[in-house]
Design a protein around this ligand. Sequence first.
Ligand code: PRP
Ligand code: MG
Length: 212
Amino acid sequence: MSKLKIAVQKSGRLYDESMQILKDIGISIDNGKEQLKASAKNFPVEVFYLRNGDIPQYLKDGVVDAAIIGENVLIEKGGDIQIVQKLGFSSCKVSIAVPKSAKYTSMQDLDGKRIATSYPNTVQQFLDKNNVNAQLHIINGSVEIAPNIGLADAIVDIVSSGSTLFKNGLKEVEVLLKSEAVLASSPLITEEKLAILNTIKFRIDSVLKGRR
Ligand code: PRP
Ligand code: MG
């Protein structure tokens, strides 16, 4: 029987709870993420530990059949990727923030300004929708430092507890989207593997009900 290939975040905020939910539905994986691939002992599943930003492409190409990933990453990377189920953890927002001292009344205040972000597609769409012209600076981490070092006038990044914004003297001024961890599937998934995925979805449903 072929195994369902499922991608999870190798490191980062989703990792612990991704492994926990697999465990809760009875899928036990003994070797840790030292190996980039691990098989479940008791279920036809292989887990691939991958970089967050790479996962959407692997899904599109059918290199993996499914993934546990942040909705925000799927939205940013686009493509024909189905969300099978919301997983109820790692809730966050993708928001615009500006220095606490900056005057901000509306999106128009960002016209002609520089925005640092790791989510350029999401930001550009939002700017277009609001008829605002701004210059995007793509950075991959520690985005909130950008206004302090004079690289940008505003940032767009994930806000969870809000403590990173606070520590960097920034205030949230717009919410672009809300996100949580989701189970997603490849557009190229086969019937046989879809059956395995449906079993997983069914088990997750009962675990999530039990948690409520
Ligand atoms: C993430 C994200 C925000 C922060 C939000 O960064 O990019 O900066 O968490 O969480 P908070 O609202 O609870 O502070 P992370 O610490 O993962 O590091 P990185 O940006 O360098 O990848
Ligand atoms: Mg960060």
